[in-house]
Design a protein around this ligand. Structure first.
Ligand code: PA5
Length: 487
């Protein structure tokens, strides 16, 4: 299957430069494939090694939810919602959310638990008042504050609306197989539940039940999605950087990074891909931004942002490069009609389609930015469908793992995100955190005291030895003078 192509001609990076990475790429490829099933690499073979029974159960549940719910509320943050949202927005109508119950073929998908705004949750609650809805709470750890708070409200609302017993039938839990508060709750309340494999981290989990249930409820064919990912798994199982486009993308990023290009803009010309950019930002940002290294992943929505960020990209500091996702065959398109008065001067476009204009904008922008010193990587997708998105997701996940390893960081952990949580918990007075803070403070004071005492002892020693030295010098001088006198 060749419906995704990588075009590197506007990067100024030669084949020779890419091939210099051959042995490192081969080594990392081997490393990734040799990792144990306990290592966080479960996504690598997921398109062939997923739980088929659970997959069928997801489809069954999606059917039930479609039958009894107007709205499906997805509670999750980071890797526990971005992938689902990216696929759903790419493959459903832009104004799906505005359709009436009658017009709608599938439940509307609402996302909560991805912020801590009381206003947002309160708006969701108001919106749900007169609607039938179900809830999918997704959290691998089962302890993340944002989704935990939102879920508490959603559960209360469900129980108030349907009663305790009926509410249970409308709650779907996606979490770790054994651990965490959410697994405990699912067991206790006997909620329908799905498993996030322990060897797949949040940002690599869109093709697990994390993404699959919401995507299926939105009416998207998840068999096709997995088929695309499987095609990618086969295609990119090649350790040779000459032929593996996913690895070529990783290598080119690394070469650019080593040439002081430390910002990458993922660009899309269709609003349908805007959440794909958000998903990609998390994937690369959390995987690579560590040990004071990493390309800063940013997104740009063109042509919209050409009217806000265009100036900087064209002419600002030259530390960025662009990766453009181009959709070759667009969906519904419109022809521009003639206008007798032609006051807007657009008659030169009569008979042309809007997407044709968009494509020329893309080609013109790439040329301009390349001329302005912005290297351009082009990823061409022949059209937006579940198969190609499954393929693209796998392409990026694999490239991200390779890229992180080339950079010399661990692309599967995220120690840096704990810092804000600790501070927030301390400020909120979460049990365990105030005490922890006291212990840390006491340790710091002790450490400071010990350092001070050590410093003081050292200073006293130096003083004593100086005094002694001074006294000895004085005495020597005295003796010399006395001897001279005697002579
Ligand atoms: O990629 C990650 O691991 C994170 O972004 C998580 O997905 C995010 O923090 C949510 O975590 P959890 O699913 O445990 O609630």
């Amino acid at each position: 299957m060749d419906n995704i192509k990588l075009d590197l001609k506007n990067t100024k990076i030669t084949e020779k430069m890419i091939e210099e990475y051959s042995s490192r790429v081969e080594e990392i490829h081997k490393q990734l494939h040799d990792l144990d099933s306990k290592d966080p690499i479960g996504w690598l073979e997921l398109p062939t090694k997923y739980d088929k029974k659970e997959f069928e159960r997801i489809k069954e549940c999606a059917k039930k939810i479609k039958a009894d719910s107007e709205v499906f509320v997805v509670v999750g943050i980071g890797g526990s919602y971005l992938g689902a949202r990216a696929v759903i927005e790419a493959l459903t109508s832009t104004f799906e959310g505005y359709l009436t119950k009658k017009e709608r073929k599938h439940p509307q998908i609402l996302f909560v638990g991805n912020n801590l705004s009381g206003t947002y949750i309160s708006d969701v609650i108001d919106y749900l008042q007169d609607k039938d809805f179900s809830v999918n709470v997704i959290s691998k750890s089962g302890t993340t504050t944002e989704p935990a708070i939102a879920f508490r409200f959603m559960r209360e609302l469900l129980e108030a609306k349907y009663g305790y017993k009926e509410a249970k039938k409308r709650i779907y839990v996606t979490t770790d197989k054994k651990n965490g508060a959410l697994r405990e709750l699912a067991k206790k309340e006997k909620y329908e539940s799905f498993v996030i494999p322990s060897n797949i981290g949040g940002r690599y989990s869109v093709l697990t039940p994390v993404g699959l249930l919401p995507i299926a409820v939105a009416g998207i064919n998840i068999d096709e999605l997995m088929k695309g990912a499987k095609a990618a798994q086969d295609k990119y199982n090649d350790s040779d950087v000459k032929y593996n486009e996913s690895y070529r993308y990783a290598v080119v990023r690394n070469i650019l990074y080593n040439n002081d290009k430390n910002i990458e803009l993922l660009v899309a010309y269709d609003p349908k891909l805007f959440y794909m950019i958000e998903w990609w930002k998390q994937l690369f940002g959390e995987s690579e931004g560590k040990d004071k290294k990493g390309i800063f992943p940013e997104g740009a929505k063109f042509t919209t942002d050409l009217h806000s960020m265009g100036q900087y990209i064209q002419d600002g500091r030259r530390n960025l490069f662009e990766t453009v996702i181009s959709i070759e065959q667009t969906g519904n398109d419109l022809k521009i009609n003639a206008d007798e008065d032609n006051l807007d001067g657009l008659n030169y476009l009569v008979g042309k389609k809007v997407d044709y204009v968009n494509k020329q904008a893309m080609l013109g922008t790439i040329d301009a930015h390349v001329a302005g010193g912005v290297a351009n990587i082009l990823i061409k997708i022949d059209k937006l469908n579940p198969t190609n998105l499954g393929h693209l997701i796998y392409f990026f996940e694999l490239a991200c793992a390779m890229s992180g390893k080339l950079l010399g960081v661990n692309p599967f952990n995220q120690p840096g995100v704990e810092m804000y949580k600790k501070n927030m918990f301390r400020l909120l007075g979460k049990p365990g955190y105030v005490e922890e803070e006291k212990v840390t403070e006491e340790k710091e004071i002790k450490k400071k005291r010990t350092t001070k005492t050590k410093k003081e002892t050292k200073e006293t020693k130096t003083k004593t030895s100086k005094t002694k030295k001074g006294e000895t010098e004085k005495e020597t001088k005295k003796t010399t003078r006395r001897k001279k006198k005697e002579e």
